[in-house]
Design a protein around this ligand. Sequence first.
Ligand code: SAM
Length: 352
Amino acid sequence: MEAPDLRRRSCFLGHRLMTLASPATLVEAPALVDRFGRVHTDLRVSVTDRCPLRCTYCVPASGSTPLPRTSSLTADEIVRAVRVAVAHGVTKVRLTGGEPLVRPDLELLVQRLAALRPRPELCLTTSGIGLADRAQLLFDAGLDRVTVSLDTLDPDEYTRLTGRDALHDVLAGIAALPRASTKVNAVMVRGLTEHAGPHLVDWALANDLELRFIEQMPLGGSPWHRSDMLTADELLTVLRTGHRLTETPDDTGAPARRYRVDDGPAHVGIIAAVTRPFCGDCSRLRLTADGQLRSCLFATDELDLRTVLRSGADDTEVADTLARCVAGKSAGHGIGHEGFRPPVRLMRAIGG
Ligand code: SAM
């Protein structure tokens, strides 16, 4: 028998999550709240650290060594971790990596996560390579939303940036997605985005796609210096030479500032993670490909959930590890502060 859909039957009372498990039973579980009162409802899971691309801002020129396969979480372990997180108030799960599409069992994983109750919203971040053939299967399995990463529409520049001649494949992937469930993210790269950005905006408008630009963060790729990075304000100046962009108020808590293009209805978003951090509203928790819990992309410590999952511990201990991770979260990512150190791990293992 199919489990009842409890999505709309959970609510927070203070910081306790109340879930209607059956018509007669209210199950109470503590929500994941940190010492600054931020409630964690968003879990990002790196389902693999492997990726066919070598984006210059993501991977060092010297390359990277993949994790041993035995270190990576199995589908059973991921489903269990998400099940416990969902019981403690996580409502949105983003599958990322590495490149999630390198997992041949991704559709099955999505199907299993979609069967959880309360059912979390299921999102995927992908390069889009190989997506054309799998988009329908993934949505049939229960995927709700997809974000495709695409920084330029020029095939040669795409190849230079990513190390792979695959732009046509990415565009075919995007074409296979339902428009309303799709976003495109472009990292802002100095020397590229100043001219690629306006093309991306025109293309997104023509294809009815939501486009967001992201400031480049210090995450293990090419050397990063704050003074060299292309900032949100600089990009806005460039984009405004071609379009009228009007900032629109947004109370959804989304990290992107949204700008109405030429009086609408289309919008473009800019995620100024470095110059206008949004840590005060952060509701995210991350699970790395090898099962380490992180409270922030830039956290300096991790909690070893994989060992807990493999130790025969019960769900209370899994929940306790989630809660301890949240309890240790810093007020902000600290980029630009004295003593800031980028994470030792690459973005692909942490999960973007
Ligand atoms: N392979 C998938 C993809 O290409 O979207 C998912 C993983 S990728 C690490 C997730 C996102 O992180 C991508 O949008 C990528 O552009 C972004 N990213 C990687 N390094 C970054 C950096 N240094 N600054 C900002 N975004 C970065």
